[in-house]
Write a protein that binds this ligand. Structure first.
Ligand code: FES
Length: 106
């Protein structure tokens, strides 16, 4: 596992419940802040490849914009109500509150 510091994104660039896609270590990752805590999950839906960064945040889950699978942002697991989704990869993401740097372990 390698820790990457995002070059173009700082904490101030992340709006609450507004996901974005970043490429980290060659992997597309959806990054989102919820109540001042960051979460990172694979951006490519495990069902048929939908772009999760274009999905809605519902409580602590992201809803795929293509067929509605809901994924828990902490575990990456599909919620029982949408079993067609398979578990997504999740990544540890931290923020340096002094510099605003965003760090992701991939
Ligand atoms: S591609 Fe995401 S639910 Fe189908």
């Amino acid at each position: 596992m390698v820790t990457y510091k995002l070059d173009d994104i700082k904490k101030k660039d992340l709006q609450d419940r507004k996901p974005i896609r970043v490429i980290v270590g060659g992997k597309p990752i959806m990054l989102v802040m919820i109540d001042d805590r960051p979460y990172a999950i694979s951006a490519v839906c495990s069902h048929r490849g939908g772009p999760l960064e274009k999905g809605m945040i519902e409580s602590m889950a992201v809803k795929c914009p293509w067929h509605g699978a809901l994924f828990d942002l902490k575990t990456g697991k599909a919620l029982p109500t949408t079993p067609w989704g398979k578990e997504q990869g999740t990544y540890r993401v931290t923020i340096d509150n002094n510099t605003g740097d965003v760090l992701i372990d991939v």
